[in-house]
Design a protein around this ligand. Structure first.
Ligand code: ADP
Ligand code: ADP
Length: 225
């Protein structure tokens, strides 16, 4: 039972050119259902490349990507986009919320794009906002929210369409240490509650140790840390 399986993934940019860079060299990683894995990597090691390949935003040169035991490697563009929208949630260091919409609307909109009826989308959005403790902020626009609240809304948006896999890149990296701690705890609780599997990149070893397992990306390969 595998939430994510990366099998011998290789990726080179600018192949055959003077500026060729081999970022991933037969990198492999398995994440079980419900498992939360920390990804630790020095800057430039290929963390973004790996997360984009795992999240079906980019394709490897060779190797296979399986999500929920289904092989995504040879899907066409449309099928890959559909799989990404249905199965993967993304969180970045910056919230990327739509500024002209309220917190609630930011969590509702991706569901409407996925053909969820409006009333169901709203009740699910309110439930998610309540789970991260910001139901009272539902009608505020992002600019009226604190950095920690903005990130909590981004977590809810990532989970809006009930993905099976969450991919996060430094999800609390923009917050001060005390806020980061609380917001990270809220994310962990939300992921556990929903039984989601997650791969979360962080430079913070203290946060990494709160996850189920830590892996390292170095020299193009993934190793246990
Ligand atoms: P990280 O997220 O760990 O900082 P990235 O995956 O962004 O690493 O990048 C890994 C390496 O690949 C870096 O040397 C970067 O300059 C290079 N790289 C990333 N994206 C591209 C691209 N689209 N074209 C060429 N080189 C790239
Ligand atoms: P679009 O409507 O532009 O096709 P998608 O619905 O396919 O976007 O995007 C799904 C998720 O992937 C969203 O969370 C979006 O922020 C993210 N995403 C899309 N494209 C990229 C990209 N090139 N780099 C990083 N994240 C992306």
């Amino acid at each position: 039972d595998c939430a994510l399986s990366l099998q011998s993934i290789s990726k080179t940019y600018n192949a055959g050119k003077p500026n060729e860079v081999q970022v991933l060299r037969e990198a492999s990683l398995r994440i079980d259902r419900g498992e939360i894995v920390a990804l630790v990597a020095p800057s430039g090691a290929g963390k973004s490349t790996l997360l984009h390949i795992a999240g079906l935003l980019d394709t490897p040169d060779s190797g296979s990507v399986l999500i929920d035991d289904a092989d995504m490697t040879r899907l066409g563009d449309r099928a890959r986009t559909a799989a990404r929208r249905g199965q993967v949630g993304f969180v970045y260091q910056f919230h990327h919320l739509l500024p002209e919409f309220t917190a609630l609307e930011n969590v509702v909109l991706p569901q409407l794009a996925n053909a969820v009826p409006a009333s169901k989308a709203e009740s699910r959005a309110r439930d998610l906002l309540a789970r991260v403790g910001i139901e009272a902020r539902a009608e505020h626009r992002p600019a009226a929210l604190s950095g920690g609240e903005q990130q909590r809304v981004a977590f809810c948006r990532a989970l809006a369409n009930e993905p099976s896999l969450l991919l996060a890149d430094e999800p609390t990296g923009n917050l001060d240490p005390a806020t980061s701690d609380q917001v990270f705890a809220a994310l962990m609780a939300l992921v556990r509650d929903t039984g989601l599997s997650a791969l979360i990149a962080t430079h913070n070893m203290e946060l990494a140790r709160r996850m189920d397992r830590v892996v390292r990306l170095q020299d193009g390969q993934i190793t246990a840390a």
